[in-house]
Design a protein around this ligand. Structure first.
Ligand code: OAD
Length: 250
């Protein structure tokens, strides 16, 4: 493993532009469950069609809102882990570095990352379900909604308020995806951390990077479809692998 870490560190050392793509696995050591772990993943316990689609929200807004309120509470009590801190430290080096995450928590920011692109939105924000003032119509809630009361109403049109996250069947925010794509084709090292590589278009970014000559370094205890194109695989938890990588750079 030490040889692989050193090889990864050597690529990072000589890179002129580094992109990191993270997924739920990077927050697992903070106690936030992933989606697709067979036993503990959220999609093992809950139905994504009910909880993470516009149709599911329309059918049962209270259920969906309360589930996101629980996830907000969970991510609020979670603390960044050494993997988040190591990524923040990589950003502070001189080499231009962008962090693109599929995660809707704010653990990267709380660890000190400042250049973070959220491809799937964030738990911190809310929107009008009808986007009545244009897409997106962000709504700032001044009162903390009572637990169990279901979603509040849009102050402009009275429609339900929904979390500002991307659901299945919805487009990713244009600006976030455009920035991620430009970095993917221009970076010379791409770190792919804690993602199953099952959800497009995020899962296509490593392929774009590879096709444009980047070295792909995957950090994940399990293999994924991205493993096939990875130049280096650090098969272990990101909370251990990323600090080791950082140490090898110093
Ligand atoms: P997944 O749950 O699909 O995958 C999590 C990945 O993290 C798996 O490949 C695990 O092997 C890996 N993993 C587990 N523990 C780890 C650790 N300690 N360190 C590093 N990796 C670890 O999560 P995502 O790939 O993020 O979308 O899922 C992508 C999207 O699917 C999510 O953003 C969400 C979900 O449905 C929406 O809600 C739109």
């Amino acid at each position: 493993m030490q040889n692989l870490i050193q090889a990864a560190a050597d690529h990072i050392q000589s890179a002129s532009r580094i992109l990191a793509l993270t997924g739920a696995g990077v927050s697992k050591e903070s106690g936030v469950p992933t989606f697709r772990d067979v036993l503990e993943g959220m999609w093992a316990e809950y139905d994504p069609a009910e909880l993470a689609t516009p149709e599911g929200f329309r059918a049962n807004p209270g259920l969906v809102w309360n589930w996101y309120q629980q996830r907000r509470a969970m991510s609020h009590t979670a603390a960044p882990n050494p993997g988040h801190y190591a990524l923040a430290a990589l950003e502070r080096r001189e080499t231009p570095f962008l962090l693109v995450t599929q995660n809707v928590d704010d653990l990267h920011e709380r660890a000190g990352s400042t250049e973070v692109v959220h491809l799937h939105g964030t738990l911190a924000g809310n929107r009008c379900f009808d986007d009545c003032q244009g897409h997106p119509t962000r709504i700032r809630l001044f009162d903390t909604p009572e637990p169990g009361n279901g979603p509040p109403h849009c102050p402009h049109c009275g429609a339900w308020v929904r979390p500002d996250v991307v659901w299945f069947g919805e487009a990713l925010p244009d600006d976030a995806m455009a920035e991620a794509y430009v970095w993917a084709v221009q970076c010379d090292v791409m770190l792919v951390v804690g993602t199953s590589g099952m959800v497009v278009p995020a899962a296509l970014l490593p392929g774009h990077a590879k096709a444009n000559g980047a070295t792909i370094i995957e950090i994940n205890p399990d293999s994924t479809p991205i493993s096939d194109i990875a130049d280096i695989r650090l098969a272990g938890p990101s909370g251990e692998m990323l600090p080791m990588l950082l140490e090898a750079l110093q």
